[in-house]
Ligand binder design. Structure first.
Ligand SMILES: [Zn+2]
Ligand SMILES: [Zn+2]
Length: 345
């Protein structure tokens, strides 16, 4: 079968013909992949940004793809929670089960994770076996391809939860890419007024309008930040940084209410300057959002199932797995939202 793989230490990805997976082992389910989204992480692995080599080199060659949905085609020994034909999504954060954190029962804090699509073979392929403990049912009425959004939406919901989100809170999102769009639509679906700040992101703003997000601010425009401040009034309850841009941190802090929280979900530039006086005076908090607790998955699936069409505009392109290189170039261009790769076999 065709698979998109990282094959060697260095830049690049390869489409390769690889053997189909064997029959699922004990506790595993076999999936026929329906669709898999391209993530910023996949772009980072293609470019081979610092940090990936240490974790991934021992696993190469490995099939990428961790934002996936598929149907169960076979059950390994002992699997009772699934039946053949079920639509499922996969939580890629596979814990090792052996490290000090795992032994203490903190699988989310695993010190030696084996992420699906980075260390374990992922879903940019026609089929894959996964540990059934990391699979979740997608309700039948949800269009199958929307299942590929559950993983990036879980990143978004976690970013809100980390900030102590309460339904109805006033939220500002910095960064209108797929993660920021997910945060915005989730908060909207939970009753929030949401503003989104971008930087020359016309195409992504169009998607946000389709998602029903009207308060859009282009930071490259004169006076945009003043208009955001005016909208904020006494301040937003929370902000999410999903741009990975250092200068955004101070912009976000400046529009929070006293005791407001900034949740950092983006990783790009390593450092940011912070107005310490503002943080101290307004008792602001900055929190990092990674390591998604498993409980977030059912929450996301519930929100998606309640109104699937509200999330549909997040998918901007569907392309063949065979056209993966072209799809990755499009994902890098910023002229897309979520791009799905569809295997043909
Ligand atoms: Zn991802
Ligand atoms: Zn572990």
């Amino acid at each position: 079968m065709l698979a998109l793989q990282k094959t060697h230490d260095g830049e690049g990805l390869e489409l390769r013909d690889v053997p189909r997976p064997p029959a699922p082992g004990p506790g595993e389910i076999a999936l026929k992949i329906a669709a898999t989204g391209i993530c910023g992480t996949d772009l980072g692995i293609q470019k081979w940004n610092p940090g990936y080599a240490a974790m991934m080199n021992p696993a190469l060659p490995v099939t990428l793809g961790h934002e996936t949905v598929g149907r169960v085609t076979a059950l390994g020994e002992g699997v009772q929670a699934f039946a053949i034909g079920d639509a499922v999504v996969v939580n890629p954060a596979i814990a090792c089960g052996e490290c000090a954190a795992c032994v203490e029962g903190d699988a989310v804090g695993c010190l030696d994770r084996r992420p699906f699509g980075m260390v374990l073979d992922g879903a940019f392929a026609g089929a894959v076996n996964v540990d059934a403990r990391y699979a979740y049912h997608l309700p039948d009425h949800v269009p199958l391809e929307l299942g590929a959004l559950v993983e990036p939406l879980s990143v978004g919901l976690h970013a809100l939860n980390v900030a102590g989100y309460n339904p109805g809170d006033r939220v500002v999102v910095f960064g209108p890419g797929p993660i920021g769009q997910g945060v915005a639509v989730l908060a909207k679906q939970m009753g929030s007024q949401v503003a989104v700040v971008g930087f020359r992101d016309a195409v992504r703003f169009d998607t946000l309008r389709e998602l029903g997000i009207e308060q859009l601010f282009d930071a490259s425009e004169e006076g945009a930040m003043d208009r955001l401040k005016a909208l904020a009034g006494r301040g937003f309850d929370l902000a999410v940084e999903a741009a990975g841009v250092g200068s955004v941190v101070d912009q976000a802090l400046a529009v929070l209410r006293p005791k407001g929280v900034l949740s950092l979900a983006g990783m790009g530039e390593p450092n940011a300057a912070v107005n310490i006086g503002l943080v101290v005076r307004n008792r602001l908090e900055i929190r990092g959002a990674s390591r998604i607790p498993p409980a977030v998955w059912p929450e996301v699936i519930k929100l998606l199932a309640a109104d699937p069409q509200a999330f549909a505009p997040l998918i901007s392109h569907r392309m063949k797995l065979a056209d993966a290189q072209e799809a990755f170039a499009l994902a890098k261009s910023g002229q897309s939202s979520k791009i799905l790769l569809i295997p043909e076999e």
